[in-house]
Structure formats: structure tokens, C-alpha cells
Design a protein around this ligand. Structure first.
Ligand SMILES: CC(C)(COP(=O)(O)OP(=O)(O)OC[C@H]1O[C@@H](n2cnc3c(N)ncnc32)[C@H](O)[C@@H]1OP(=O)(O)O)[C@@H](O)C(=O)NCCC(=O)NCCS
Length: 202
């Protein structure tokens, strides 16, 4: 999920041409969460916020826990995402001050593209990623997006299974997609459908 971001940063696209394709107000300032707390079946409670610059340490801690001590999105990339990228949206989950999970996405034109989703190991298999993806889906529909997409490592069958359960379909395989180890990526996407309210009395 990282390559698009690197390509974009290094593409030499001028600020002017980017600003022509993006809305004036930041997505993160425009959207609203459906709830500020998440309570799981076991009664554990979590705080949910829209990501801001002050969340960088939290996002780094979650990645370190999820990716064997590595941070695919480092502090400067996250700073750019949270402070400057007007199309970026992060949802951050904590338990009191404890970093738990986050999802990041870019909402560009009609496509919401998930750039990262990570849940700290001790909080996995509890439905937290499911909730975050469904919340992002709800927000994306409200933002008039047509499609929710992502790339996932071809070896990450656990994440792929979850995405399929949530209605994502397999797309193309992108050969040698990840620059650190040349692993292939699988594209996955989901068409977003606005629910239509019909007036049966009419
Ligand atoms: C992939 C990842 C984000 C999933 O997060 P998660 O919070 O564990 O996901 P969920 O709990 O929503 O779903 C995982 C599984 O638990 C199940 N589940 C959901 N709620 C549950 C509950 N209350 N009790 C038990 N299981 C539950 C889901 O049905 C799903 O089942 P599956 O294993 O058959 O697919 C997480 O494993 C992770 O962070 N991995 C490392 C980083 C990564 O690979 N990110 C993806 C990059 S593309």
C-alpha cells in the first residue's frame, strides 16, 4: 500500500496541478465519525478519533507492533499525511492512552484508497479492523466515492480473507510491487452502493 504514496511524492507533480484535483477543505476536517467510542462484545471500550499530527507517535507504535519492529510509514511520511495531504483521512483507535489501531486512506475523485490498516497484535481478531473498514466505507459513501480499494501483500492471506468477507473482490496482481523485498501485491476493491430510501406510501 506504500508504493502509490512514494510514486506521488517523487513524481514531480507540481503543487498547482495537485491542488486543481483536490477539494479546498481537508477531508479530515470535513468528515464526521459515526461514534466516538467502540465497545466490543467483551465489554472493552476504545476511543476513536480522526488522525491529527499529534497522533504520529501512536501510529508509529502500532506499526512497530504489527510489522516486526518496522514502520513502513515513517514519521516524516505520516507528518505529510496528517498535516499536508488534504485528501488523506486517518481513523485512530486507543484504549485510554494505549495505541490500538488505525486505518489510513486517500479520497481522490471517486476512489477511496486504503493506504494502511493495522491493529496491534493483542487487539486482533476482535472485530476492530472490520469496524474501521466499515466506518471508512460509510464515510466514503457520504463523500460520494464510488469505489473502495487497496493493495495487499500476496502472502498476507489473513488480511485478504478479511477483505473478501467485507465484500472486496480480487483484482490484478502487481508484480514486484513492494520496493523493500519485491513482493507482489494483490489489488482488491469494493463498489460502494448508496442506500436508496424509497417512499412506499407514494
Ligand atoms: C489484518 C488486520 C488489520 C486485521 O485486523 P483485526 O482487527 O484482527 O480484524 P478483525 O478482528 O476485524 O477480523 C479478523 C478475523 O476475526 C474475526 N472476528 C471479528 N470479530 C470477532 C470477534 N468479536 N471475535 C472473534 N473473531 C472475530 C473476523 O471475522 C475475521 O475472521 P477471519 O480470520 O476468518 O478472516 C490485522 O491482522 C493486522 O493489523 N495485521 C498486521 C498489519 C497488516 O497486515 N495490515 C494489512 C495491510 S493490507
Amino acid at each position: 500500500m506504500l508504493k502509490k504514496f512514494r510514486d506521488w511524492l517523487t513524481s514531480g507533480v507540481s503543487t498547482t496541478s495537485i491542488s486543481e484535483t483536490i477539494p479546498k477543505k481537508k477531508v479530515s476536517q470535513r468528515v464526521h465519525l459515526s461514534q466516538s467510542h467502540l465497545i466490543l462484545d467483551d465489554g472493552s471500550m476504545f476511543d476513536i478519533t480522526i488522525g491529527e499530527d499529534q497522533d504520529i507517535e501512536t501510529l508509529l507504535a502500532i506499526q512497530t507492533a504489527c510489522y516486526n519492529g518496522e514502520t513502513p510509514w515513517n514519521a516524516s511520511a505520516l507528518h505529510h499525511e496528517l498535516k499536508r495531504n488534504t485528501n488523506a483521512l486517518y481513523i485512530v483507535i486507543r484504549q485510554l492512552t494505549r495505541p490500538v489501531a488505525f486505518i489510513g486512506a486517500w479520497l481522490v475523485e471517486k476512489e477511496a484508497h486504503i493506504t494502511n490498516v493495522a491493529v496491534a497484535p493483542e487487539f486482533q481478531q476482535k472485530g476492530i479492523a472490520t469496524w474501521m473498514i466499515q466506518e471508512l466505507e460509510r464515510i466514503s459513501i457520504a463523500e460520494d466515492m464510488d469505489i473502495l480499494s487497496l493493495e495487499v501483500r500476496i502472502s498476507n492471506t489473513k488480511a485478504q480473507r478479511l477483505y473478501r468477507q467485507l465484500g472486496f473482490a480480487d483484482g490484478k496482481v502487481k508484480r514486484f510491487y513492494y520496493s523493500n523485498d519485491q513482493e507482489d501485491a494483490l489489488e482488491m476493491s469494493k463498489q460502494l452502493v448508496k442506500s436508496v430510501v424509497t417512499n412506499l406510501e407514494g
